[in-house]
Design a protein around this ligand. Structure first.
Ligand code: AMP
Ligand code: TRP
Length: 359
């Protein structure tokens, strides 16, 4: 039985400051996956404008996120790095999939409820259909694996639902045109699919990095307190000072993971240390169990500075030459377009649209 070639797709929004959560929850995972998969990494500027953005900040941020990818070790020659708006097929496929997704599914999206806040009537239509654009991003490359942080789990489930409904709605047309791949259904049978059901990759000790000021809140670009997050552009002094000021409880660290229950700040710092050091929480506690926070924070700050300071320095070097970054994006977009266009041509044929062959 044929299967879909394995491919990774993931994206980061160019909004505000990239932080340690983006780095540990997403970008470092991507760096590892490069050795095993063909990867497509996208700066999702169309997603960014679902909430208001200052145009100059947006431009700067697109280049800065690209620089962060490169500085972290993403290989833009072997893989594909580009910004979403340069490949029109993302928006085009999103439209078709808007007609596949159901309003009832969208109404369950918790991130929309959080981002729209109390005055939902005033949220943009784009913010509402944001998860469909995200499904289009992944499906345009018929990606099979999507590494993300925990907060994107629901959006990926929606992407799977959209892919499955499209495959079902158009089975006959997919078959008639010979565009399908037989897929196991889970009930022992097989069904013809044009889109694979993308699998989320959410693993490791830092799938949800929390705020340094409040262990119950996610570390976020939009938190008004800069002390709540470590930005990828922070220098060594800022990193050390934010870790020193991080909220903790008065007890020493436990020697077992079970002892982190009900201690969100301790759990978060141990998780960050583990991720930075390529360890598990157990291993960290084997070394630092019963240590005072002052000792542990010192070790954590050293570890964080050792990893992040060279990345910040390299980002600074890269953003000083915007033309070179734009050239990387243009090259990535050209290669992305070839794949996305082929997918989109198939979608048009399946849906029954008339198109210019070999445009
Ligand atoms: P965003 O900045 O919302 O575009 O997120 C980009 C990537 O970083 C996604 O894969 C998110 O799941 C991940 N991410 C964002 N915030 C965190 C966090 N606090 N902890 C872990 N992963 C995160
Ligand atoms: N919504 C994701 C976030 O905010 C970013 C994103 C857009 C994405 N398209 C994607 C992630 C496709 C993975 C795959 O984090």
């Amino acid at each position: 039985m044929a299967s879909f070639p394995q491919r990774v797709f993931s994206g980061v929004q160019p909004t505000g400051n990239l932080h340690l959560g983006n780095y540990l929850g997403a970008i470092t995972r991507w760096v590892e996956l490069q050795a095993r998969y063909d990867c497509v990494f996208c700066v999702v500027d169309l997603h960014a404008i679902t909430v208001p953005q200052d145009p100059q900040d947006l431009t700067r941020s697109i280049r800065e996120v690209t620089a962060a990818f490169l500085a972290s070790g993403i290989d833009a020659k072997r893989h594909i790095v580009f910004n979403q708006s340069q490949v029109a097929e993302h928006a085009e496929l999103a439209w078709v999939l808007n007609c596949t997704a159901r309003i009832g599914w969208m109404n369950r999206m918790t991130q929309f409820k959080e981002k729209a806040g109390k005055d939902r009537e005033q949220a943009s239509v784009g913010l509402y259909s944001y998860p469909v654009l995200m499904a289009a991003d992944v499906l345009a490359y018929r990606a099979t694996h999507v590494p993300v942080g925990e907060d994107q789990k629901q959006h990926l489930e929606l992407a799977r639902d959209v892919a499955q409904k499209f495959n079902q709605d158009f089975t006959a047309s997919i078959a008639a045109r010979g565009l399908g791949v037989e897929q196991p259904t889970g009930e022992g049978g097989t069904a013809l699919a044009y889109f694979p059901l993308p699998e989320p990759l959410i693993h490791g000790p830092a799938t949800r990095v929390m705020s340094l000021r409040d262990g119950t809140k996610k570390m976020s670009k939009s938190d008004p307190s800069d002390n709540s997050r470590i930005n990828l552009t922070d220098d060594a002094d800022a990193i050390a000072s934010k870790i020193r000021k991080a909220r903790t409880d008065p007890d020493p660290l436990p020697s077992e993971v079970a002892g982190l229950a009900g201690r969100p700040e301790a759990d978060n710092l141990v998780g960050i240390f583990a991720a930075l050091n390529g360890q598990t929480r157990e291993e960290v506690l084997a070394d630092y169990g019963n240590a005072q926070f002052s000792t542990f924070k010192g070790a954590l700050a050293d570890r964080a500075v050792a990893t992040l300071a060279p990345i910040a320095a390299e980002m600074k070097r890269l953003v000083a030459d915007p033309q070179a970054i734009d050239a990387v994006l243009a090259d990535g977009a050209a290669r992305a377009r070839v794949i996305a266009r082929e997918t989109m041509d198939g979608v048009k044929d399946i849906v029954g649209m008339v198109r210019t062959p070999g445009r």
